[in-house]
Design a protein around this ligand. Structure first.
Ligand code: 3HC
Ligand code: NAI
Length: 694
């Protein structure tokens, strides 16, 4: 029984026990109805406490039920039944009260929180809005603007702040159950205080308009947030029940939207990536003492991430000056964390003085549990580093490389312990970006793989397993669709038009703005590295090489595809002439591209290479590709990732696009066999995800 009712003296106790997170699935909703009835009928009970077993209060509606036919009783009705009781019910909250969980608590007549409890309405992150009275009860409890801020930010409000806001009535000082029982006893005999009977706050049109604009800027393309603002503000002047009906109608409409399906796919995909048979039940190795080699962009960021996670870090550089620079960079990043309120000043000081050692002697790595190499992207340098590591690292230490493209098997060969070697591919800035590709080489020990996943968890990152190949999952797919957009520029599209079309599609940034940010030298180096393997029919972005050769490296030189100065970056005014010259040299006649074709070509290229990545096992499943592209490459979350998007768009349409594009370039546009097979069989990428789970 997921919900039970018993009595303790004059107080009824309703307990919800539905692991893992006490979600309000159908059995919980039905159980709550029965418990409310039992409490109402129990004349000896003068008040009740509602409490949850396990690690948390109710963390929301059961997301696994979404998209299936709804089953009675519905959560809003359950909450109304509880709120309508004529004896008070106290919600005793620990862990996280989220979504339908917080809505349930707001339908109770008083709320007490454990000091560590957090509460919020995260429905918008799933493409929904609070659908069990949250849009009506939260503004009545805490006021209009705090409620709208909470709903649109989806943030988890700590218990102490919730008390200040009036969201809860008390903080537990001792045992939560005992304190909740005491609160219930103090309310016994009183009329229950129903949130629905509180007056709705007045409208604040200017503040609401400002919030609406800020949300649209922060989350372009998303519909849940704006709809939630509409429902809350449109219902301020109407009776509670009418407001509930407006909320229900909007909730059901969002439930049917492709955004809801995409965002929930992203939610479950991010939880499924760690579910790999090869490491099931495998214990990770220790992770307390971390070594980092190289203190440049990545090494300093990785060291900062580890310090923020409370680990001991030893960073090795080439000389004292570089080691001192690395320490300064790390101090600057920690200072940023202090400014953003993520780190206390004392914690920064102790991280720098007690937990960070910088130096030049590899012997300092002798005690490290895991060592991450982040030196230059050169096989020769990496081989030297790993040979040295093999001499100094303790037995069982994990030896990791942060290489972006290089062969991890070859790097492992530089040691006498290839089982301990793995790729841990962080993304820049490494202390901010959530993605970590765990690159598993041929001989990597499963324990070492499990340690890579454990490190991600410790750093609050999302780890995705990748196989060895040039660029692993993300950079390999990126290289491929970069080639497609570069080809469009050669054929006549303007880089700014491509950036705008893809930003309109939902990408955080267009590819040319990204190039400017990363530095045009990075792309030029990669092209130089791959030049020897180039096919004569590969199309080289000569225009990017020209910018590089003339020293226009992007943001760092103030000039690249855009010009950077005061205000918004402007398109580089010299670029059109440069492009004309390049096209003329290559004998190309430019043609116009519309936005639709730009998106179609980019997405077809991305999905086609992603299909190859899945087929050859570089990614375990299509969902792994989605998680990589969502968390490392700015793919719009509300489209669910390229594979989810492809399923929704239609694999047959993508395949026919590829065949059409091949009519003019059959070297680049070759359909991936997996894509052809799925279309022939009438299946989708989602079917492969499902098969992998069964
Ligand atoms: N429904 C169903 N399953 C859920 C769930 C939910 N609401 N929330 C979490 N789970 C599952 C996860 O899928 C995971 O399952 P797995 O172990 O099989 O992979 C398990 O519970 C544990 O979840 P996490 O790995 O995420 O555990 P954490 O401890 O890291 O986080 C959490 C716990 C903070 C509760 C986090 O899971 C979370 O944020 N959950 C979603 C909360 C949410 O969005 N609630 C709103 C739902 S919409 C709603 O309520 C509509 C209403 O307004 C009508
Ligand atoms: P960087 O040039 O900023 O830093 C490299 C650092 O390594 C320099 O400070 C250098 O002094 C040091 N170094 C070189 N040889 C060394 C040695 N033998 N011992 C100790 N230190 C040594 O380079 P960046 O950008 O940090 O890249 C490092 C690695 O991370 C590369 O393999 C790169 O491909 C990879 N990477 C880079 C990303 C990025 O966005 N910059 C993203 C993900 C991976």
């Amino acid at each position: 029984m997921p919900v039970t009712y018993r009595r303790d003296g004059a107080i009824g106790v309703i307990t919800i026990d539905n692991p893992p997170v006490n979600a309000t699935g159908q059995a919980v909703r039905a159980g709550l109805m029965l418990a409310a009835r039992d409490f109402a009928a129990d004349d000896a009970a003068e008040a009740a406490v509602m409490i949850c077993a396990g690690r948390t209060w109710v963390a929301g509606a059961d997301i696994t039920e979404f998209g299936k036919p709804p089953r009675e009783p519905f959560l809003p009705d359950v909450i109304t039944a509880i709120e309508s009781l004529d004896k008070p019910v106290v919600a005793a909250i620990h862990g996280t009260a989220l979504g339908g969980g917080l809505e349930l608590a707001m339908g109770c007549h008083a709320r007490i929180g454990a000091p560590g409890a957090r509460m919020g309405l995260p429905e918008v992150t799933l493409g929904l809005l609070p659908g069990a009275g949250g849009t009506q009860r939260l503004p009545r409890l805490i006021g209009l603007m705090p409620a709208l801020e909470a709903i649109t930010s989806a943030r988890q409000i700590p218990a102490a702040e919730a008390l200040d806001l009036g969201l809860i009535d008390a903080l537990a000082t001792g045992d939560l159950t005992a304190d909740a029982m005491a609160l219930a006893r103090s309310l016994a005999g009183q009329a229950p205080r129903r949130t629905r009977d509180l007056p709705a706050p007045g409208d604040q049109p200017d503040a609401v308009a400002a919030l609406r604009a800020a949300v649209a800027r922060r989350l372009p393309g998303r519909i849940g947030e704006g709809t939630a603002i509409d429902v809350v503000t449109d219902s301020l002047a109407v009776p509670f029940d009418q407001g509930m009906a407006m909320e229900r109608a909007a909730f059901l409409a969002l439930m049917d939207s492709p955004q809801r399906a995409a965002l929930i796919h992203a939610f479950f995909a991010e939880r499924a990536v760690g579910n790999l048979p090869a490491i099931k039940g495998v214990a990770p190795r220790d992770l307390e003492r971390i070594g980092v080699i190289g203190g440049g962009t990545m090494g300093a960021g990785i060291a900062t991430a580890c310090l923020l996670a409370g680990q001991q870090v030893t960073l090795i550089e080439r000389d004292d000056a570089a080691a001192a620079r690395a320490r300064d960079t790390i101090a600057g990043m920690l200072e940023g964390a202090v400014k953003r309120g993520k780190l206390k000043p004392e914690a920064r000081d102790s991280a720098l003085s007690d937990r960070l050692t910088t130096g030049t002697d590899y012997a300092g790595l002798a005690q490290a549990d895991l060592i991450i190499e982040a030196v230059f992207e050169s096989m020769e340098v990496k081989e030297q580093v790993f040979a040295q590591l093999d001499r100094v690292a303790k037995p069982g230490a994990v030896l990791a490389t942060n290489t972006s493209y290089l062969d991890v098997n070859r790097i492992a060969d530089a040691t006498g312990r290839p089982g301990d070697v793995i790729g841990l591919h962080f993304f820049s800035p490494a202390h901010v970006m959530r993605l970590l590709e765990v690159v598993v080489a041929d001989r990597t020990d499963p324990q070492v793989v499990a340690t890579g996943f454990a490190l991600a968890k410790r750093l609050k990152k999302i780890a995705v397993r990748a196989g060895v190949c040039d660029g692993f999952i993300g950079n390999r797919i990126l290289s491929h669709y970069r080639a497609a957009v570069d080809a469009m520029v050669l054929d006549g599209a303007a880089p700014q038009q491509i950036d705008r079309a893809l930003a309109d599609f939902g990408f955080a940034m267009g590819p040319y703005a990204v190039s400017d940010l990363a530095g045009l030298d990075i792309g030029a180096m990669t092209r130089q590295r791959k030049a020897a393997d180039r096919h004569p029919r590969d199309r080289v972005p000569v225009f990017a090489d020209r910018l590089y050769e003339q020293g226009d490296l992007g943001r760092k030189t103030g000039r690249g595809f855009y010009v950077y100065g005061e205000g918004k970056p402007q398109p580089n005014p010299d670029l059109p002439a440069l492009l004309d010259r390049v096209r003329a040299d290559l004998g190309l006649t430019p043609r116009a591209f519309d936005d639709e074709e730009i998106v179609a070509r980019t997405m077809a290229a991305m999905v086609n290479e992603a299909a190859r990545v899945v087929e050859d096992g570089t990614a375990a499943r299509p969902l792994d590709v989605d998680v990589v592209m969502l968390n490392g490459y700015g793919f719009p979350r509300w489209r669910g990732g390229p594979m989810h998007w492809a399923d929704a768009h239609g694999l047959d349409r993508i395949l026919s696009d590829i065949r059409r594009f091949a009519e003019t370039d059959d070297h680049y546009w070759q359909p991936a066999p997996l894509l052809e097979r799925l279309v022939a069989e009438g299946r989708r990428f989602a079917d492969l995800n499902k098969e992998s789970q069964s």
